[in-house]
Design a protein around this ligand. Sequence first.
Ligand SMILES: [Zn+2]
Length: 241
Amino acid sequence: MSPLEEHTLAHREKFIRRIEKQGGKSVFDIPYENYLRTVLWIAIRDWVVESQSGKCAICDHKAAEVHHHDYDEATLLGLRSSGLVGLCARCHELIEFDEARTKRVSLDDKRAVFEKLASEFTCLKQEGFRVTVERSKLMINLEYVGNEDFLKFIHCSSLAYIFIIKQFSRSEMTFPLPFGREKLQQKSGVVLNLRKSGKKMAAIKATPTSIQIKLTKTCVYPFEESLRAFLELEPFIKVVQ
Ligand SMILES: [Zn+2]
């Protein structure tokens, strides 16, 4: 018996008895939405995520959902795990929906997208998320200069968001709350003030492919150094000339 079979054995027996009691013959005799609420499915799902150490099978983020490559009886009953894969919400969405937000139906199409994303992420790990950082007087500019495919996995605006949260949430700087990625994409960007005096230090703006930090003339915070130190520590980021 495979580890998944063993893990789900008691739930499967109960599930089959329940279907028979309702006059059904197989797992296909109950609506799929109801299946997704069964203890059997929850046990299968948890086992799959655990078997991947909680990480998305494509991008290493936290796996939040389990995707079906197959909907055959053995997969649905927890007898076979090869048709199941734990994914983060973002990767799952990229598989389930095309660019026009239309739901993909064909399992072969979805499998192809899965393979493509997995190979793109492998390339990203090899090549790195390549950016340039330039400073001119009061302006610090970060530009993404790598492969466009990788923007599915990382956006410069997410980087800017993490930078601000990590750097300033417990320091002498304040930023407007509630604070989210959208604020960085606004025209005025996010203004950072000194906590003590309330003096404006910089405004940070971001797009998917760039980050702009506009310093004030009286800025005393070493933004360029701290941004470079932050990028150094971020996995996959590669600062190029
Ligand atoms: Zn993912």
